[in-house]
Ligand binder design. Sequence first.
Ligand code: IPD
Ligand code: CA
Ligand code: CA
Length: 305
Amino acid sequence: MTSDNELELEKIEKELKALINKAGLTLLDYFGKPLKVEYKDAHNTDPVTEVDRSVQDFLKKSIKEVFPDHSVIGEEDSDISDEPLSKFIWVIDPLDGTRNFSQGLPIFACSIGVLKEGKPVAGAIFIPASNTDGNILHAVHGKGAYINNSRIKISKKNKPKAGSLAGLPGSFNNKYWFSTKLDRIKGETRVLGSIAYELAMVASGVLQYSALLGSLAIWDVAAGSIIIQESGGSILVGNKGKSKTEWTKFESFYTEFNNQKINSKNLRQWRKPMIFGSDGIVDFISKNIKVQPYWKRQLRHLIGL
Ligand code: IPD
Ligand code: CA
Ligand code: CA
């Protein structure tokens, strides 16, 4: 007999697939057209456009129509509150890679993740693909991960391979370094400019891992996390110290908040680094990644390097 939980997840999956498809087609429609770019911060590092806002509005409205008692968090929200959220929380990044998108680089994504009691249980990512209406990756807890209708599985490698592609932030050398053992085999590193796109590439086996060592926001990773877990991959989350980052296996955002009730304020403010890939690779990376000594970082800063 199908449980209430399974029925709810089936309903979520159906809606998720329909919505990501519509959101993706809207993004393709806007892509390449002139757009007014505004910035959410004083240093002009965080761009936003009418596309981000209109796709988010569409998604929020549609989700609320079908699931009035679920909570919805979007990157572009303006309302932030201390009110506890519902058991199911939809987490939306309407356009991940806004800078790429607004400058004509076809590496961007729409990302919708669903958390149940803080744990990612379903997710979908739209990415553009040449000469098609794009690709959709999706996953539901316990049911595997798919790109369009084909199952995807991450290979069970124990170590990265030199020459194979991998995702690493451009700012990597400012804060971290790799042991010689890892440095030799870290692979051909790339910075794609869209975290959700990068996670889609890990899940589909194009990138052998993605070490996202900056401060990720929940909307960047909510969908990618369940897609990678369901494709057989693993995720580590880092707690940054001054001289060391402690890596633990990522399970749920509740654990991240010491199992306390989550509200939109603390969920929106969550910022952590994460490593995505096969079990063996994420373990190998976490053991071979070092934080640059504090004095070295200060010195670089002082001499303007
Ligand atoms: C950004 C992209 C980018 C990453 C930034 C994110 P946005 O998301 O994922 O790759 O480096 O940290 O904020 O703003 O385009 O949704
Ligand atoms: Ca965004
Ligand atoms: Ca983003």
